[in-house]
Every structure is written in structure tokens, then in C-alpha cells.
Design a protein around this ligand. Structure first.
Ligand code: ATP
Length: 330
């Protein structure tokens, strides 16, 4: 039986993790979940929101499913999500955005994959208070990380029969940092004659995405633009409740939804488990369990098509009712 790390998170994390574990179990696939707690709840007992045991577990098992973990504000701790990606060198953040059956949105035929660099940019955490009224954050971009993520995006495009990889920067203003990212893209692109190339500025991309998202295929972006644009693309397909994600490195992979811990709806049996479930489906594909991945996706699509939806999608099903219906449809 395969052992997989489960970081069940906080906020709505435990509710949606519980739902997803039940669905996978009901599909007939047996997984030994190595449950690892992290976040604000473990700070008192272990002195850190991200204890070494969590990292050890992911490295040992090679794969993790992760629900959102809240970053405690003002306590001097870095975001668990950011730290986890950095410590495990999960350099590629993959966020596919595709319309779901019977989830009405402004546009049909949206099928965009956001490939976000995950280890540097303004997320490097290099900040200082210059004086009482001035703060400074350093935007760190290296050729090594930029070439690595661009290569990942092109390899993804080739493997998945995608036609185009578009690089997104603000290189007209940040000529050195974004300029280096753009230059790395151009260099890597030479090795992929079969894939269309395209360069766009991030502001223009945002405008075009809300005018007609079907103009875009695979996007590759530095960390911060990737964070913002992937929330925008989540909005194009029904919102954060359905937006899946994966963080991939050389040694391991962590599958997690785009959304945060949604403390505003915590414990209300209202959260949509779809984003975590679709992340889990990708995880099953990643470990080669394609039969179960397909079975679970079919049951989810059948449930949505039958008009059983959670509140965020305009329905009135609770997390538990939605989960039970998916299980029935398996
Ligand atoms: P973070 O900064 O950690 O990404 P955030 O502040 O962007 O978090 P989220 O926690 O992602 O915020 O939530 C943003 C909004 O989306 C909230 O109103 C929340 O209730 C809603 N939301 C997020 N995830 C879900 C979900 N799975 N089901 C229903 N609503 C959700």
C-alpha cells in the first residue's frame, strides 16, 4: 500500500481533507495516510509552524496532499506554504484552469495552465525596515531558477500536447530582474521549435484574460505575477473553491489547492472540497493511479452535472452532502 503524507491544515483544511480522504477511500484505492500537522496549532508544542518531521515525511514518501495552512500574522514566522516550497525545492507551481461541467462562468473553453516559479522573486523574503517610514523588499531573480521553470513549462507543453508557452513579465520596467527572466525564456525556447512562443506584459495579460481567456494556453511567470494571475484564472472557471494546484520539485511533489484556509467559513460545513479533490486527482495521476484518478473525476463531474453544488458555486449543498453525493456517484 502506498504511503502519502497528508497535511490536513487549518481553517477549512480539516473539513476538506476529511472529505477527500473519504472519497479516495470509497473509490477502492487504499492509501496509508501519514498525517502531519503544521501551522499555528503546533507552534506552542514544537516551537515552529513547520516542524522538521513534516519535511522528513514528504521527502520520505515523495508525495504529499496538502490542505491550506494559515500563516500566523505578526509572530515573526514565515508562511508555512512558502517555507515548505522553499525547503523542499518545489520549484514549479502548476495551476491548471479548465471549465468544469455545469459550472456557469463568463467564458466557455477556458483551458489555461499557469506555471509559476516558486522559489524566488519578492517571495525570497529579503525585506528590511530602512527607517520608521520606509520599508524595502528585494526582488530576487536568478538565471538558474528562471531557466529551470521555463524548461519545466516547455517540457509540460510537449508532454501534454499544448501548442504555446507564453512568458509573462514587466520587463519594460524591471529591465534587469524581469529582463533576466525573459532572456532565460528566450534561451530555453530555442530547444522547443515545435511549441509557439509568445511574450506579454503582465498588465496586458490581465486585460486580455478578462476579455477572452481562450487566447491563452500555457503561461510561465515569476512568483508574484504567478500568484496574482492564478487567482484571476481561478475566477474564470468558478472561483477558488475549484482551483487546483501542484508544487513539483526534483525530489518530491506537494499537491494543494490555490485557495487559502478561508477562516471566514471555517467549521460551517460550507467549504467546497473540489479544489483539494482535483489536486488529489492530479496527485493520483502523478503516482500512476490513473484508473482511480479518472473514476474520482468522473464522479465529481457527474455530481456537478446533477446540479449538486456548494454555496460558492451558487448551490446549497453542504460539504458533507456534496461529498456523500460524489461517493454515491463513484
Ligand atoms: P491566502 O492568502 O492564504 O491565499 P486568501 O486571503 O487569499 O488566503 P482564501 O482563504 O483563499 O483567502 O479565501 C478567499 C475567499 O474565498 C474567502 O471568502 C473564502 O471563503 C473563499 N474560499 C476559499 N476557498 C474556498 C473553498 N474551498 N470553498 C468555498 N469558499 C472558499
Amino acid at each position: 500500500m502506498r504511503t502519502i503524507t497528508l497535511i490536513n491544515g487549518d481553517g477549512i483544511g480539516p473539513e476538506i481533507s476529511d472529505a477527500v480522504v473519504k472519497i479516495i477511500d470509497a473509490s477502492g484505492l487504499k492509501i496509508n495516510w501519514d498525517i502531519q500537522t503544521a501551522g499555528a496549532d503546533v507552534i506552542e508544542s514544537e516551537g515552529t509552524p513547520l516542524p522538521g518531521r513534516v519535511l522528513d515525511s514528504v521527502l520520505k514518501n515523495g508525495v504529499a496532499l496538502k490542505a491550506p495552512v494559515t500563516t500566523p500574522i505578526g509572530k515573526g514566522f514565515r508562511s508555512v506554504n512558502v517555507q515548505l516550497r522553499k525547503e523542499l525545492d518545489l520549484y514549479a507551481n502548476l495551476r491548471p484552469c479548465k471549465n468544469l461541467p455545469n459550472v456557469k462562468t463568463r467564458f466557455e473553453n477556458v483551458d489555461i495552465v499557469v506555471v509559476r516559479e516558486n522559489t524566488e522573486d519578492l517571495y525570497a523574503g529579503i525585506e528590511r525596515q530602512v527607517d520608521e517610514n520606509t520599508a524595502e523588499s528585494i526582488k530576487l531573480i536568478t538565471r538558474e531558477a528562471s531557466e529551470r521553470i521555463c524548461k519545466f513549462a516547455f517540457d509540460f507543453a510537449v508532454k501534454n500536447n499544448r501548442k504555446e508557452v507564453c512568458v509573462v513579465t514587466k520587463a519594460n520596467i524591471m529591465k534587469l530582474s524581469d529582463g533576466l527572466f525573459l532572456d532565460s525564456y528566450r534561451k530555453v525556447a530555442e530547444d522547443y521549435p515545435q511549441i509557439n512562443k509568445r511574450e506579454i506584459l503582465v498588465d496586458n495579460l490581465c486585460m486580455q484574460l478578462v476579455q477572452d481567456p481562450t487566447r491563452f494556453d500555457v503561461l510561465v511567470l515569476p512568483n508574484l505575477y504567478g500568484d496574482i494571475v492564478s487567482d484571476l484564472t481561478a475566477g474564470l472557471i468558478g472561483g477558488l473553491g475549484v482551483a487546483q494546484g501542484a508544487n513539483i520539485g526534483e525530489k518530491c511533489a506537494v499537491f494543494e489547492p490555490v485557495h487559502g484556509s478561508a477562516p471566514d467559513i471555517k467549521g460551517q460545513n460550507k467549504a467546497n472540497p473540489t479544489a483539494l479533490l482535483l489536486s488529489a486527482v492530479e496527485m493520483l495521476n502523478y503516482i500512476g493511479e490513473k484508473h482511480y484518478a479518472q473514476k474520482i473525476e468522473n464522479a465529481l463531474f457527474k455530481t456537478l452535472s446533477g446540479n449538486i453544488k456548494t454555496v460558492d458555486l451558487g448551490g446549497n449543498a453542504s460539504t458533507v452532502e456534496f461529498t456523500e453525493r460524489i461517493i454515491k456517484n463513484l
